[in-house]
Design a protein around this ligand. Structure first.
Ligand code: HEM
Length: 488
């Protein structure tokens, strides 16, 4: 080897070592966690599931916050409700990854919509959606009729015999949301919405962790990292929503009376084009509501049927409560459940606790250097609430957290429903779920209506295998069927 080659090689190795020691070093005063190498390898090999497992193991060992360094990306998991309440209530921990890709695979680069936007755009879109959905009946009793109607229509389609749940709940749940958002309703056998549901299930079932944690890498290798598939899927949604928005604009004309959220947005765009004129904002908001609202509630109901079939005594107790306190034929409201059906309410919470449909919050981007629980956190770190840990370890109520036991949500002295501090299925703080009221109402009406009218029995195909749980944007399980007996 010539002297020149030797010098080039030596400089190369020196630079490599310097780079590796910089990249592989955990920052000073960073929360405890795996070494950079093991954290990164776990993320590459096992994706988010592996990281949650690591964070949960450290949570069990008493760590309220856990730090993982994955290449250049720092991630903090919060394992404690008090720490979460304080940190996620702060503006500087309310950002999202808007830069290149998104946290849920639904928008591409840029500050759009509500789930993936941040700062002024996010605040504006979130407030607009909440205010207008409220005006259109969201969270009010007016909308409860819609929920009840959808629950009734669903029940009419359920027959005695084997039932494969799969996408049973998607259409009624979409209908509830879509009547407010787009004034649209679909029949159970509608093929057009069936295609959208398939797209949605594919999108939320995708593991988008690598694309988000290493967006530039994903951009450079779109096929290898799966980014291309996500983008193709996303484009179909965007084209579909563009068509809906154009039709609405045409029908609305000069009217100032919105009949749904899209109308309200279009009217506001005329009044305030600087802030609402960009249709991509509306398109992304629709996508976000569809993605966040349709799949989560439907998946929770799917878990509810599985848990009822696996726990016949609990199912019977729910049914007895409904029959004894409300009757066999009455149409149930969310207020009935809150006021008179504490065991059913507790069972719905227990379903949500075990299902952990959102095992973690959507990652929050830190927008300015700050501290969390005394640790130093730099800008662009991602902060994730470890809902999986809180629900399955901290959320106890006097019972073994691993077992399915609704009584943990019941006050043993009064028999009343008792919410537990660590029960956070909708997240906490500034970016907590925008649709929690609607979701709670929908779950209570659908669940109680189902146990009132049907018995779900376990068969050889009613199996639960943790290994087959899908861990994409949501935690879902598809691999089961139950035997149904119509009671009423
Ligand atoms: C059982 C059903 C549901 C569960 C478990 C759930 C859970 C969550 C969670 C954990 C978050 C993330 C919070 C964070 O990032 O800190 C979230 C965000 C969100 N959810 Fe839900 N959700 C449900 C239903 C809904 C419904 C029905 C809607 C629509 C009406 C909705 C709309 C949203 C939106 C727009 C966000 C983003 C909020 C933001 O970034 O400011 N969700 N949800």
């Amino acid at each position: 080897m010539s002297q020149v080659s030797f010098i080039i090689l030596a400089v190369f190795f020196a630079l490599l070592i310097k780079w590796l020691s910089r990249v592989l070093r955990r920052p000073d005063n960073f929360p405890p966690g795996p070494s950079v190498l093991s954290g990164s390898l776990a993320a590459i090999r096992g994706g988010p599931k592996a990281l949650f497992k690591m964070a949960t193991a450290l949570g069990r060992a008493g760590h309220k916050v856990v730090g993982v360094v994955f290449g250049p990306q720092k991630i903090i998991f919060i394992n404690d409700t008090d720490v979460a309440r304080e940190a996620l209530g702060r503006d500087e921990i309310s950002g999202r990854l808007t830069e290149v890709f998104t946290v849920d695979g639904f928008s591409i680069g840029g500050n759009f919509g509500v789930i993936d936007s941040e700062g002024a755009v996010w605040r504006r879109n979130r407030r607009f959606i909440l205010r207008n959905l409220r005006d259109l009946g969201f969270g009010k009793s007016g909308h409860e009729d819609v929920i009840q109607r959808e629950a009734n229509s669903l029940c009419e389609t359920i027959k005695n015999g084997e039932l494969r749940i799969s996408k049973l709940f998607n259409i009624p749940i979409i209908n509830i949301l879509w009547q407010m958002v787009l004034s649209k309703r679909f029949e159970m056998n509608d093929t057009a919405i069936g295609e959208w549901i398939a797209l949605l299930n594919e999108a939320v079932g995708r593991d988008v962790f690598i694309q988000n944690a290493a967006p530039r890498f994903a951009e450079r290798f779109p096929v290898l990292t799966g980014l291309k598939g996500v983008m193709d899927n996303f484009k179909k949604f965007r084209d579909g929503f563009d068509k809906e928005i154009s039709e609405h604009a045409e029908n609305l004309g000069d009217s100032e009376e919105p009949s749904d959220l899209v109308d309200a947005f279009l009217i506001e765009a005329k009044r305030n084009p600087a802030e609402f004129g960009d249709r991509r904002q509306l398109n992304d908001c629709l996508l976000d509501l569809f993605a966040a609202g349709a799949e989560t509630t439907a998946t929770t109901l799917k878990w509810a049927v599985l848990f009822m079939a696996l726990n016949p005594d609990i199912q019977r107790r729910c049914r007895d409560e409904v029959w004894n306190k409300m009757g066999k034929h009455v149409t149930l409201t969310p207020d009935d459940v809150k006021r008179d059906l504490p065991y059913c309410q507790a069972t719905i919470c227990e379903v949500q606790r075990h299902a952990r449909v959102f095992p973690g919050s959507v990652p929050h981007r830190v927008m300015a250097d700050c501290k969390i629980a005394g640790f130093d956190v730099t800008e662009n770190t991602l902060v994730i609430l470890n809902i999986d840990y809180l629900m399955m370890n901290a959320c106890v109520g006097g019972f073994d957290p691993a077992i399915f036991e609704p009584r943990r949500f019941i006050d043993s002295k009064t028999g009343e429903f008792n919410e537990l501090k660590d029960f956070l299925p909708f997240g906490i703080g500034k970016r907590a779920c925008l649709g929690d009221t609607l979701a709670r109402k929908t779950l209570s009406v659908f669940f109680t209506t189902l146990v009132q009218r049907f018995e779900f029995r376990r068969t050889a195909a009613t199996v639960f295998d943790e290994e087959k749980v899908l861990f994409g944007l949501t935690r879902s399980y598809d691999d089961f069927s139950v035997d149904v007996v119509k009671l009423v």
